[in-house]
Design a protein around this ligand. Structure first.
Ligand code: SF4
Length: 387
């Protein structure tokens, strides 16, 4: 095993014994070192006492566990819970999900963000029906080929559903392991080593509980800020804690500030009191979701001129731009937007789906049937409260 980039400025007997044990553990013919045994034992005992009681935890159904794993990829447990219950009511089986309309799937996901997760769940369900007779596969090589399932999600599902010894490395686990070995670089630059560490530590007899336990440790004790080291089952062997540097780890990447885009957005009304909405193209950010049309404000352009130009280019119609309805600030993972939303009046032309998949006139009463991104939901709320 390559030596992890530990902080060697303050070596202690515990640090050395941990690294030594990990080095030894690379030789699969030998039993793991006593530190590894101790880490497994203390973590599993702690989990037996303090593990979280989560709705999917008692399940052995790979489909339910898969849904929970995907929902938890970028979202907190308390946000996921109602979505999880609702999803399984709407789509109780893989077959049920596979035959659902994409719009129905996106609507069930509305508000959770990162909509590619929902599209991938849908597509993967169709692959399971067509390639695996509707039965979730139990081999890592098959699972990892499904859309939207990476190595850690596959490990989470296979260990939880089938008690298979497949390691995981989600955000929580990365943080815990980086602190355990006092990693002196951002975790994403040491992924191969962290994967290896996760595999070495994994309890081969109780992989299900071990993976759940290390996730819980990261979520409830080894938290991003102010980890609760005095009550941590790993404090004896944790290098960050023993060196007093746990609050400084894991090291973070230096990030450039997120770019910002100013967007002009139109709520276009016709004479019948309907609003024009469009469905975004499948490929790309928020694909398949509905939105109020608009686009990026060019340099030197007013919001009103931007809206008029964008609507002409994207939908081929003429409008009159009226009062401002609302300004919405929203951050995505790689950029921020400010939506400058104006009421507009339809004047002429037949709306065409020039830069989208579909356009539709809808009433405010019917608009809830369509899945919208979070920032657009604020526009709908404003329409309801300000009308
Ligand atoms: S001792 Fe502290 S830093 Fe180390 S694993 Fe436990 S909570 Fe995290």
């Amino acid at each position: 095993m390559p030596r992890l980039p530990l902080d060697n400025h303050k070596p202690t007997a515990k640090n050395l014994s941990l690294q030594h044990s990990l080095d030894r553990a690379d030789d699969r013919d030998r039993p793991p070192g006593f530190v590894i045994v101790s880490l497994r034992h203390t973590l599993l005992s702690w989990y037996g006492q303090f593990g979280r009681d989560l709705p999917w935890r008692q399940s052995r159904d790979p489909y339910s566990l898969w849904v929970s794993e995907v929902m938890l990829q970028q979202t907190q447990v308390k946000t996921v819970m109602p979505y999880y219950e609702r999803w399984l009511n709407l789509f109780p089986t893989i077959e049920g999900l596979a035959i659902a309309e994409q719009q129905q799937v996106l609507k069930a996901w509305e508000g959770l963000g990162y909509y590619a997760r929902a599209r991938n769940l849908h597509r993967a369900a169709q692959v399971i029906v067509s390639h695996h007779d509707g039965v979730f596969p139990d081999r890592l090589v098959d699972v990892i080929q499904l859309p939207g399932i990476g190595r850690t999600t596959a490990g989470g599902i296979l260990s939880a559903a089938f008690n298979q010894p497949v390691a995981i490395l989600d955000g929580n686990v990365k943080r815990v392991l980086a602190r355990l070995v006092a990693l002196q670089m951002p975790p994403n630059r040491a992924l191969a080593d962290l994967w290896q560490l996760s595999e070495v530590l994994l309890d081969q007899q109780q992989p299900r509980d071990f993976n759940q336990a290390i996730m819980d440790l990261g979520a409830t004790v080894c938290t991003p800020h102010q980890p609760l080291c005095p009550i941590c089952p790993w404090k004896e062997h944790c290098q960050a804690y023993n060196q007093g540097i746990q609050a400084k780890l894991p090291m973070s990447e230096t990030r450039a500030p997120l770019p910002h885009k100013s967007i002009g957005v139109a709520v276009i009304w016709n004479d019948r009191g309907q609003i024009l909405i469009d469905r975004r193209r499948q490929e790309g950010l928020l694909g398949g979701l509905w939105e109020f049309p608009g686009g990026k404000v060019e340099a030197g352009e007013t919001i009103e001129a931007c809206i008029q130009r964008e609507i002409r280019e994207e939908l081929g119609i003429e409008i009159a731009v009226g009062d401002r309805l609302i300004v919405v600030d929203h951050a995505y993972s790689h950029f921020r937007v400010t939506l400058n939303v104006h009421h507009c009046r339809y004047i002429s032309g037949e709306p065409q789906a020039i830069e989208c998949d579909e356009v539709r006139w809808v009433t405010l009463a019917d608009i809830d049937q369509y899945p919208f991104p979070k920032a657009n939901v604020q526009i709908i709320d404003a329409l309801r409260t300000k009308d």
